[in-house]
Write a protein that binds this ligand. Structure first.
Ligand SMILES: *Cc1c(COP(=O)(O)O)cnc(C)c1O
Length: 400
């Protein structure tokens, strides 16, 4: 048998409340058990005892690159090509801004209608700031490759559609972008820790992503940014903060970018969040990403088969072909919001995306076939007995 490294699941490495089936790791990963002790030691021994000395003696300053290397291994990037900090929206802005400067004669930022709105909003904000005739061109996901025309400066595409789970072919789209002379920026928000990614083989210029979804770094965990090593030294950072300076502690009056990806750092790193993330990333030691992908497909296929045979009111809203899907499955249902609330009340946690999409994430680290079957038992009960039809489940919270 092929050696797949650590066999999944590894439920014992996570805090999972008794009785809960957690199918929302695509939005916020659960708490890895190692995080609590690490954070507590950091607060007690490092912050508590070392205070400002921690920047050197505990190497808080080197943490964004150290953690970046841990993420790099999961997305097929070389050491030293990824750094951590800020939120994903900010990293999208930085990469977009660098990309349009690399193609000064072109005026189009290309994206697709399946992209997460924040990426589109950041592009709009950048365009307003540039105050020239830039255009954000949004096409259907199926049309991205053919929309790579010679006026496109940069394409910003999220590999896995947050609503449908539809998976873009990174290699083919990147090749189309390069053929047209465009810069390629991949958003890996729903890919990192969910599907195998090989940035080196893909040869895109930029990639960004967040770490609170499949990487389980906790709410507000810092984002990552990758730039291809051969172009990184040409980047002129838009957010030219002191920690992206070549010599922050020289306190020069003028900005000079740091070498390599460190120029994409902005300000003081969130050391507590970064410490939680660093501990969280240790669960990936020894995990083979292809094994993870195989397990993810098996779970998603089982879920689809069970739902389609037992819950006829739901319509599959994700690609049927597993090769075209990330690690989530969505179903459309007219009363999807209320049905999801009813599920959550019964400890099966997924989420809802307007207008009618019930979304379920499958994370092979801590979900197995048994969980899938139990989740569908509850879902069938909610539908068969109209348990969703309760005023308590109609009221929308601030976060859906
Ligand atoms: C989750 C997600 C975001 C969120 O951005 P934050 O700045 O971290 O809040 C942005 N883009 C995509 C594609 C996402 O999936």
């Amino acid at each position: 048998m092929k050696d797949v490294g650590v066999t999944l699941p590894i439920k014992e490495k996570f805090v999972l409340p008794d009785g809960m089936i957690y199918l929302d790791g695509n939005s916020l990963g659960p708490l890895p058990k190692g995080v609590h002790d690490r954070l507590s030691a950091m607060v007690t021994d490092e912050w508590g005892q070392h205070l400002i000395k921690g920047w050197n003696v505990d190497d808080w300053m080197g943490q964004p690159m150290r953690v970046g290397n841990m993420v790099a291994r999961l997305i097929g990037a070389p050491d030293g090509s990824v750094t951590m900090g800020d939120t994903l929206s900010i990293k999208v802005y930085q990469a977009l801004s660098a990309a349009v400067q690399m193609r000064p004669d072109r005026r189009v930022i290309l994206s697709d209608s399946g992209n997460f709105p924040s990426d589109l909003y950041m592009a709009e904000g950048l365009i307003a700031q540039l105050d020239r005739d830039y255009e954000l061109r949004i096409v259907a996901p199926e049309q991205v490759a053919e929309a790579m025309t010679d006026d496109v400066a940069v394409a910003v595409i999220t590999q896995v559609d947050y609503r449908t789970g539809r998976l873009h072919d990174m290699a083919a789209i990147t090749a189309a972008a390069h053929e047209a002379g465009a810069v390629m920026l991949w958003d890996l928000a729903h890919s990192a820790g969910a599907v195998p990614v090989d940035l080196t083989a893909c040869a895109c210029e930029f990639a960004v992503g967040c770490t609170y979804k499949y990487l389980n770094g906790g709410p507000g965990a810092p984002a990552f940014i990758y730039a291809r090593p051969d172009i990184v030294d040409d980047i002129r950072p838009a957010l030219s903060g002191w920690l992206g300076h070549d010599a922050p502690f020289a306190f020069e009056t003028s900005y000079r970018p740091a070498r390599d990806i460190e120029r994409m750092r902005v300000g003081t790193p969130p050391v507590l969040q970064m410490t939680a993330l660093e501990a969280a990333l240790e669960v990936w030691d020894g995990i083979d990403m292809q094994h993870l992908r195989d397990r993810s497909i098996a779970l998603c296929e089982l879920f689809i088969a069970e739902v389609e045979s037992r819950c006829p009111a739901l319509t599959l809203h994700s690609p049927r072909d597993a090769a075209m899907r990330g690690s989530q499955v969505s179903f459309a249902f007219e009363h999807g919001y209320a049905a999801m609330q009813a599920l959550i009340a019964r400890d099966v946690i997924g989420d809802f995306r307007a207008p009618n999409v019930m979304r379920f994430g499958f994370t092979p680290l801590y979900i197995d076939e048994n969980d899938v079957r139990r989740a569908v038992d509850v879902l069938a009960d909610v539908l068969d007995n109209r348990l969703w039809d309760d005023p308590a489940y109609q009221k929308a919270g601030r976060v859906t």
